[in-house]
Write a protein of this length. Structure first.
Length: 257
């Protein structure tokens, strides 16, 4: 099995305005310099992307800049939307697609999520494709089916070469922002099934499925990060609430080293 470099993302969601966003980025850049051991991305809200990017750049940080969403069309009459090329233009490296809040609050479909994933890759960005089941789906024993379906739809049309820039975030919806975390064993079981789907469910072949990083997301905190990240198929995490505090996020990053 190839050694996979852990990858940890901070999803700031619709939080932090100018001063707090810049201060948090600066603090992370000053306090965490082990990006040789773990890839790190922080995802501020759209208005703060450029200034957070500048803060990271001025500090000489290896932390990447991520966007929480973008539209799939290249340009034109799409009022309120932001294209992948625009993000690339201002220095964004990574874009999230399929986050559960976009699926279940904004009602994005698998077809739209796939279009966004393809557009981001086409624009040269990295993608973190988020998947995961809702509580009623888990209780109905459908966790793996939901994950497989979201993977198959989300990655339809992605080429083997593009898979180098794809990370999967497994985020059980019931664990996001709730303080409830999947047990490390349950999370590992889901990640193992996801990896098997990546290895055997697509035409890229097994070697690519082995290389893809699969993050866990859902109430990861300094106290549970080490055990989660220690599982064989958990290659880091996507962190919401705990990424808003430098102390907590740095402790989580250190747990991934
Ligand atoms: C997320 O926003 O992707 C997330 C996992 O949030 P939290 O860590 O707060 O559960």
């Amino acid at each position: 099995m190839p050694a996979r470099k852990p990858f940890v993302g901070g999803n700031w969601k619709m939080n932090l305005h100018t001063d707090d966003a810049v201060a948090l980025a600066k603090s992370l850049a000053d306090r965490f310099d082990a990006t040789d051991k773990v890839d790190v991305v922080i995802c501020p809200a759209f208005p703060y992307l450029a200034m957070v990017g500048k803060t990271l750049k001025d500090a000489g940080s290896g932390i990447k800049l991520g966007a929480q969403d973008a539209y799939f069309q290249a340009d034109g009459a799409f009022t309120g939307e932001v294209s992948m090329a625009m993000l690339k233009d201002i220095g964004v490296d990574v874009v999230l697609t399929g986050h559960s809040e976009r699926r279940h609050v904004i009602n994005e479909t698998d077809v739209l999520i796939n279009a966004k994933t393809l557009a981001a890759l086409e624009a040269g960005l990295e993608v973190i494709l988020c998947i995961g089941e809702k509580i009623e789906q888990r209780e109905a024993g459908q966790t793996h089916q939901i994950n497989m379906a979201q993977l198959e739809y989300g990655l339809a049309g992605v080429t083997a070469e593009q898979m180098d820039r794809v990370t999967i975030a497994y985020e059980p919806v019931w664990a996001i922002g709730t303080g409830k975390t999947a047990t490390p064993a349950d999370a590992q079981e889901a990640h193992d099934r996801i990896r098997r789907c990546l290895k055997f469910g697509f035409e890229w072949g097994e070697a690519i499925g082995d290389k893809v990083r699969i993050q866990y997301g859902g109430s990861v905190k300094p106290g549970n990060a080490k055990e989660l990240f220690g599982q064989a198929d958990i290659d880091g995490g996507l962190i919401g609430g705990a990424s808003l505090k430098a102390d907590d996020f740095v402790a989580i990053l250190e747990a991934a080293c």
